[in-house]
Unconditional design. Structure first.
Length: 214
C-alpha cells in the first residue's frame, strides 16, 4: 500500500507545481500498476487541486498558479477518462456555469470551472453573455442540479434575478440550486433576489456546490 500512496502523493505534488507532463506520466504509471482509476482521481488529482484551492482562498497562490495546476489536472484527467468510463465511474453531479447576458468577463468563471472540476463535478460551461433562458434550458436538458451565474458589472447583476424568475416560470426552481458570484455581488443581493448561495471566490463556490450534491 505504501507504494500506492507514494505515487498518489507524487501526482498531487507535481499537479500543485503545474508539471502537466509529469502528472500525465505518473497517472498512466499509477493505472498500469493496478491502482483503480477512481483512486488515482480522488487521492491524486483531486487532492492536489483541492490543496491549490485552499491556498488560493488564503492568497498563498494566485491565478497563474491555479491555471497551471488546473492544466496539469486536465492532462491527468484525460489519461484517466477512458479508464473511468470503462469502470463506470460517473461524475459526482452536473453544474451549468456561465457569465450572464451583457457581460463578457470570463477569468472568474474559468477559475470557478476549474475548482468545480477539482471537486469531481461535471461542468457545462456556456461561456459569456449567456441569456437567462439558456441557463434554464441547459439545466433541464442536461439534468444539472446547480446553476452558477457570474457577473462582473453592476449593470449585468440584474440578469441574475431574471435567471431565478425563468427557473420559476419553467417550474424547476425547487429542483435546482442557483449560485451567484462576481465582483459587484454580495450576500445582501443574493438574499434580495432569492438565490440559493453567494460565494466570494472560486474555491468557496466549489465547496458550496459540492455540498449540494453530498
Amino acid at each position: 500500500m505504501s507504494d500506492n500512496s507514494s505515487i498518489l502523493n507524487e501526482i498531487s505534488e507535481n499537479l500543485q507545481k503545474g508539471k502537466a507532463k509529469v502528472v500525465k506520466e505518473l497517472v498512466q504509471q499509477a493505472v498500469e500498476s493496478g491502482i483503480s482509476p477512481e483512486t488515482v482521481l480522488k487521492d491524486g488529482l483531486l487532492v492536489g487541486m483541492n490543496i491549490i484551492g485552499e491556498k488560493f482562498k488564503v492568497n498563498e497562490v494566485y491565478v497563474p498558479e491555479v491555471l497551471v495546476a488546473a492544466r496539469a489536472m486536465n492532462m491527468g484527467a484525460q489519461v484517466l477518462k477512458p479508464y473511468l468510463e470503462e469502470a463506470g465511474v460517473k461524475a459526482v453531479g452536473k453544474v451549468v456555469l456561465g457569465t450572464v447576458q451583457g457581460d463578457l468577463h470570463d477569468i472568474g468563471k474559468n477559475l470557478v470551472k476549474m475548482m468545480l472540476e477539482g471537486k469531481g463535478l461535471e461542468v457545462i460551461d456556456l461561456g459569456v453573455d449567456v441569456p437567462p433562458e439558456k441557463f434554464i434550458q441547459t439545466a433541464i436538458d442536461e439534468n444539472c442540479k446547480v446553476i452558477c451565474c457570474s457577473a462582473l458589472l453592476t449593470t449585468t447583476m440584474g440578469v441574475m434575478a431574471d435567471v431565478i424568475q425563468k427557473a420559476e416560470e419553467a417550474g424547476i426552481r425547487d429542483q435546482v440550486k442557483i449560485m451567484i458570484g462576481g465582483a459587484p455581488v454580495d450576500q445582501a443581493f443574493c438574499e434580495k433576489i432569492g438565490a440559493d448561495a453567494y460565494t466570494p471566490d472560486a474555491a468557496s463556490c466549489a465547496d458550496v456546490a459540492a455540498g449540494f450534491f453530498a
